[in-house]
Design a protein around this ligand. Structure first.
Ligand code: PRP
Ligand code: URA
Length: 229
């Protein structure tokens, strides 16, 4: 599993604990996804090559370092991947952005494609695919299949929570893709949701989960939902 990096930085782990908590509000959830993504971006770009540049400070000339002309592209998987995008662009404002729209069919749990728009010059770019959840791995594998048709220079996949099933699916289908995640959780439940996970990432980012005392969630279970703050 040399292509898999699990971040154990204390700041990431601390924020992840709050993110997972069912009592965390939509606003806090979005902020935490952004903060964790920023920290992950910092780590995942650690090996970008540098080149020497000659500059002059107010005090003296010097040879400084800049990133060596690597062009990046960020590709969030809609919807939940968009929660990670602004943070990535804060760190690398010059990156271009593509979008891939996939949703998981609630019965088959297989991804269904509904949108795909990538930068025209993606062949010259290193792509970072963004999605907070790697569950069965179906969405990640399909998104990367779509991106590979446009022949980018390299692909990395950044997610917040992964499970062994998803890691296995992604690394078998795309052994050349580096995978970064903040946590490796235990397993999938019978509806292919991550345990302990954080629930439905898209619903928690956008506040589209049903609120009420007792309801039936989209996985068919009777659940008591916390009121939003
Ligand atoms: C979630 C998540 C991933 C996918 C992961 O998206 O954001 O894209 O499920 O599951 P997989 O690894 O089993 O494919 P979802 O399909 O719920 O769409 P949404 O982001 O629009 O809510
Ligand atoms: N998608 C999510 O948003 N959460 C899961 O646990 C699995 C897939």
């Amino acid at each position: 599993m040399s292509n898999v990096t699990i971040f154990d930085h204390p700041l990431i782990q601390h924020k992840l604990a709050i993110l997972r908590d069912e009592k965390t509000s939509t606003k806090e959830f979005r902020e935490l996804i952004s903060e964790i993504s920023m920290l992950m971006c910092y780590e995942a770009t650690r090996n970008l090559p540098l080149e020497d540049v000659e500059i002059k400070t107010p005090m003296a000339k010097m040879t400084a370092k800049k990133i060596a002309g690597r062009k990046l592209a960020f590709v969030p998987i809609l919807r939940a991947g968009c929660g990670m995008l602004d943070a990535m662009l804060t760190m690398v404002p010059s990156a271009k952005v593509g979008h891939i729209g996939l949703y998981r069919d609630e019965v088959t749990h297989k991804p269904v494609e509904y949108y795909n728009k990538l930068p025209g010059d993606i062949e010259e770019r290193d792509v970072f695919v963004l999605d907070p959840m790697l569950a069965t791995g179906g969405s990640a594998v399909d998104a990367i299949n779509i991106i590979k048709r446009s022949r980018p220079r390299s692909i990395k996949f950044l997610c917040i929570i992964a499970v062994p099933e998803g890691i296995e699916a992604l690394t078998s289908a795309h052994p050349d893709v580096e995978l970064y995640c903040a946590a490796k959780d235990e397993k999938l439940n019978e509806n292919c949701y991550i345990l302990p996970g954080l629930g439905d990432a898209g619903d928690r980012i956008y506040g589209t989960d049903v609120v009420g005392e007792v309801t039936v969630d989209k996985r068919g279970s009777t659940v008591k939902l916390p009121a939003k703050k």
